[in-house]
Write a protein that binds this ligand. Structure first.
Ligand code: C5P
Length: 211
């Protein structure tokens, strides 16, 4: 029987990995794709928790939002939002690395050696279990191959692949040209469309996985 109301947990935006109070490692993610998925899912009557890194976007109607800064905070917020059988859509551009040390006081230029020791952040999407998982693959080359590898490695129902070198696709843009790559290797490629239209298709695919 089809479950008509699903629980979505969605990550969005970048994370910031602070080195000292005034310096951090991050990336240009604006959160637009994740906020669009949250909006599209809530508009279909689904229960939505949106775990967002630092972005300047308003919360979509009907969405519960949890703001975080670092990857480790995002992981903790995701773990407490997950419910068995929920749908986890990971759109966030999580920083893969953080500084091995954090200084509570601003480091002086003269104290810095020019070498920053990094440690890996947790892979949130890979670690989550017991949910239908959808990931993103923002790539510059071998886009579909990488997307399928992610599907298999992270046990995803689907990876949304996009080539971030293409105009009107990826970071900051209001449009995206994506392919859905499924765990069985099948691929559905779409024309360039608004991120909200991509989001509606993602939500529809998730409804299909849970039917
Ligand atoms: O392996 P890669 O970082 O390219 O995978 C991208 C996918 O994994 C995205 O869906 C992203 O949100 C998710 N991810 C994550 N935690 C990380 C790194 C990536 O959830 N530390």
């Amino acid at each position: 029987m089809k479950k008509s109301t699903l629980e979505f947990v969605i990550t969005a935006g970048p994370t910031r990995e602070f080195i000292d109070p005034v310096r951090f490692l991050s990336n240009p993610s604006t959160g637009k794709m994740g906020f669009a998925v949250a909006r599209a899912a809530a508009a279909k009557g689904h229960k939505v928790t949106l775990v967002s890194g630092p972005v300047s976007l308003g919360t979509p109607k009907g969405v519960k939002r949890v703001d975080v800064v670092s990857a480790r905070e995002m992981y903790a917020a995701v773990k407490s939002a997950l419910t068995p059988g929920c749908v986890f859509v990971a759109t966030a551009a999580v920083a893969d690395w953080r500084s091995a040390v954090f200084s509570n006081r601003k480091l002086k230029k003269t104290e810095m050696t020019g070498i920053l020791k990094l440690v890996r952040n947790p892979d949130i999407l890979k670690s989550v279990k017991g949910c239908v998982k959808v990931g993103f693959a923002a790539e510059t080359h071998d886009v579909l191959k990488e997307a399928l590898r992610k599907c298999r490695e992270k046990k995803l129902a689907m990876t949304v692949a996009n080539d971030v070198t293409e105009a009107g696709s990826g970071f900051g843009s209001d449009t995206n040209r994506v392919s859905f790559v499924f765990a069985d290797g099948s691929v559905e490629t779409f024309e360039k469309m608004s991120k909200l239209s991509v989001a509606r298709r993602i939500v529809r695919a998730c409804e299909g996985f849970c039917s």
